[in-house]
Design a protein around this ligand. Structure first.
Ligand code: C2E
Ligand code: MG
Ligand code: MG
Length: 402
């Protein structure tokens, strides 16, 4: 295999020189090619010996612009990484990044001109750390039979991610996140099997197992003196059978927990055509004081319409509007608008994807109720929770200052 090469595409020769120099300054050792137009770049890329693995592409070029070139890269089956560069508004760059990703291109991110060396360094580090990720993404999807075996064979385990009070830092509850302890592949994440379970009529069995175990665990914590509200994710496909509400209610009674201690997080991955059963079930659950949370708010079908139609009492702001919101005007506007809506409707707010201290401080300023994310804790097994909690209690005072 030829050694990886980097290709710079920009119509301004000065910019090409500048970027090559910046790459050199950062100690980047791969050979660099430069082109001043899209057609020229396509010639380089379609050469049989082309070893291009990373492209820096300027979006504004006369003739074939960056967006057109993205389309050509897809047609060429370009498998390397891509960084988009522009002097335009940040939002245009972000949209172009999304477009590239929608085409399944490996878009590392974007660079605004003038290019800052730190941002360039971060992207290069991301590029060099990426190989194992690519292998992970290429994994063959699991089939229905395998997922069914996992459900019946007891291979599913619940992990729990803490939710803490932003104002005081105290632990309020956990979100249950299912994992599959696969005999060969190790711990498999839900994005690899929830969709399969939904499509093949297995999601009811899956939810039942997850819910029963989550309630049993909540009970064990409660008996040990730790009262936590436990959230369980349910799929819209769970809401097609009217007996779902009875199932949930009977399991709460069996566990001895209070209805108020259970939160059901609802996401709608596709449009519901008949909303009678979901409305019937969700209204009954709310009448019995079980909490309903609108998950991933602001994405997909998790929308204002749902907020109007379903009696949710918790709103989870999607992590796409949380991490980095302090530094991004668009995210910030969506974040604050979501908090505002929730407040007006008397709902509790949870921010997911709180990844660093800047996110955390931002939440404190905004008056969001609860925080969830890697900055606080990653999802963990039930046994690990007490260890994490001791550590968190030690960290907490430092996070409450200023
Ligand atoms: P979700 O309900 O929105 O859960 C949050 C996801 O974000 C989890 O991914 C969690 O590990 C991840 N996460 C938490 N904090 C951070 C952070 O700071 N940064 C980033 N980048 N990610 C963070 P996970 O566990 O892979 O779950 C993915 C989705 O699978 C969940 O999204 C949920 O929709 C679904 N899911 C999980 N368990 C179940 C289940 O038992 N039933 C159903 N129907 N769906 C489930
Ligand atoms: Mg959730
Ligand atoms: Mg979510």
């Amino acid at each position: 295999m030829t050694s990886p090469r980097i290709l710079l595409i920009d119509d301004e020769p000065f910019q090409l020189k500048l970027l090559s120099q910046q790459l050199l300054n950062l100690g980047q050792a791969h050979p660099v090619d430069a082109c001043t137009s899209g057609p020229e770049a396509l010639l380089v890329l379609s050469a049989p010996t082309s070893g291009t693995r990373l492209i820096f592409l300027d979006l504004n070029m006369p003739g074939m612009d960056g967006v057109e070139l993205i389309r050509q890269l897809v047609a060429l089956d370009y498998l390397g990484a891509l960084v988009l560069v522009s002097g335009e508004d940040e939002r245009i760059l972000e949209t172009a990044v999304r477009l590239g990703r929608a085409h399944r291109l490996n878009v590392l991110g974007h660079l605004s001109k003038p290019i800052r060396p730190e941002t360039l360094r971060t992207l290069l580090e991301l590029w060099s750390s990426q190989v194992p990720e690519a292998i992970r993404a290429a994994h063959v999807p699991y089939g229905a039979a395998a997922v069914q075996r996992a459900i019946v064979g007891g291979e599913l385990v619940n992990h729990y991610q803490p939710k803490v009070d932003v104002a005081t830092g105290s632990l309020k509850g956990v979100e249950t996140l299912v994992r599959w302890r696969h005999p060969d592949d190790g711990l498999v994440f839900p994005d690899q099997f929830i969709g399969v379970a939904e499509q093949h009529g297995l999601i009811n069995d899956l939810t039942h197992i997850v819910l029963i175990e989550a309630l049993a665990q909540a009970r064990r914590w409660c008996d040990a003196g730790l009262t936590l509200r436990v959230a369980v994710n349910i799929s819209m496909d769970n809401l097609t059978r009217l007996d779902f509400a009875d199932f949930v209610l009977s399991q709460i009674t069996r566990s001895g927990m209070a209805a108020h201690d259970l939160i059901l997080e609802v996401t709608e991955s596709r449009l519901m055509t008949d909303c009678r059963a979901p409305l019937d079930i969700l209204t009954r659950l709310r009448l019995k004081h079980i909490s309903l949370s609108i998950d991933d708010f602001g994405t997909g079908h998790s929308s204002l319409t749902q907020l109007r139609d379903i009696p949710f009492d918790e709103l989870k702001i999607d992590r796409g509007f949380v991490h980095g919101a302090a530094q991004n005007k668009t995210k910030q506007a969506i974040f604050t608008a979501s908090i505002d809506i929730a407040r007006q409707l008397g709902m509790q707010t949870v921010a997911e994807g709180v990844e660093d201290q800047v996110d955390w401080e931002f939440l404190r300023q905004q008056g969001c109720d609860l925080a969830q994310g890697y900055f606080v804790a990653k999802p963990m097994s039930a046994e690990d929770l007490p260890i994490w909690l001791a550590d968190w209690e030690a960290r907490r005072p430092g996070l409450m200052q200023t």
